[in-house]
Write a protein that binds this ligand. Structure first.
Ligand SMILES: C[S@@+](CC[C@H](N)C(=O)[O-])C[C@H]1O[C@@H](n2cnc3c(N)ncnc32)[C@H](O)[C@@H]1O
Length: 270
């Protein structure tokens, strides 16, 4: 059963057969985490229950635990230490994601709307590199986890994380608030990634199978002032026709769709 408040939930575009599982919050969390849980409508559990999905809160932040029947995997997001912190510290404007959103150019960093925020790691990287980022994620438990980790960011004032289904949000965005860039990282399709990392496995179990991303892409293309960037596994075909240029990464690539209205000359990054 879906619990939690999320704008647009259950989004009409979600796979009808998929209903996200209930996730409760257990533990003595930080005040900000508890306030966020209340805002997101996440119920507080009186006891740790390893047979269900739970967010476990402690003085340092929150961990997400899958039920033991699903392997008991857990995800801890920490922007101050560990892999995410290393990624954030090592982020450069020359990196593929940064080049794809246009960060290597002169001028102020673009305003980015990340419409498939997940654990918000990409959104955090972009915020650390100077972008102002609005991240949308439809699963309340992931929003809570990401907001909790974002408390440790130097750039926390540049990252806003909202619980919403992206299409209706994009559809009602006033024109004067349109972001320069819409970034899409829909769930990897089955078979797209053989060595699925633990974090991604948990994400898949919670967020369910990927939707048909065509509607999301169309909504993104309609609002992005400058470009839509789509993260794809290297082996998968583009999400849509009309790729302006590709920025290759290690395992993934970024397909960039320039929006002709304001794109200017289509100069691929070096
Ligand atoms: C592959 S993950 C994104 C990972 C993310 N880039 C990161 O750095 O952690 C995809 C996420 O997009 C979310 N998502 C997919 N379609 C969405 C939509 N239409 N609106 C909001 N969130 C969506 C899923 O719930 C899932 O959490």
């Amino acid at each position: 059963m879906l619990t939690g408040r999320c704008e647009g939930a259950l989004p009409s575009h979600m796979t009808p057969s998929w209903i996200p599982p209930e996730v409760t919050l257990y533990g003595r969390g930080r005040g900000e985490d508890l306030r966020n849980a209340a805002e997101l409508g996440i119920a507080v559990a009186a006891a740790r229950n390893v047979t269900e999905w739970q967010l476990v809160a402690g003085p340092m932040g929150i961990e997400l635990h899958a039920p033991t029947a699903l392997g008991g995997l857990s995800v801890a997001l920490n922007a101050a230490q560990g892999p995410l912190a290393r990624r954030l510290r090592g982020a450069r404007r020359e990196d593929p994601l940064a080049r794809a959103v246009g960060l290597q150019r002169q001028g102020p960093p673009p305003r980015v709307l990340d419409a498939c925020a997940g654990l918000c790691r990409d959104a955090m990287v972009l915020a650390e590199l100077g972008c102002s980022v609005l991240a949308l994620e439809r699963i309340p438990a992931l929003v809570l986890l990401a907001r909790s980790a974002a408390l440790g960011l130097r750039s926390r004032d540049r990252l806003r994380i909202e619980c919403a289904a992206a299409e209706p949000w994009l559809a009602k965005l006033p024109a004067d608030q349109a972001p320069a860039v819409v970034y899409l990282d829909p769930m990897f399709e089955e078979g797209g990634d053989a060595a699925v990392k633990k974090d991604l496995q948990v994400l898949r179990l919670l967020a369910g199978p990927p939707d048909d991303p065509a509607a999301l892409f169309a909504a993104a293309r309609a609002v992005a002032r400058e470009r839509v960037v789509v993260k794809r596994h290297g082996r998968l075909p583009p999400l849509a026709e009309g790729v302006s240029f590709v920025v290759p990464g290690e395992r993934v690539r970024f397909d960039v769709y320039l929006n002709p209205v304001s794109a200017g000359p289509a100069t691929p990054p070096p």
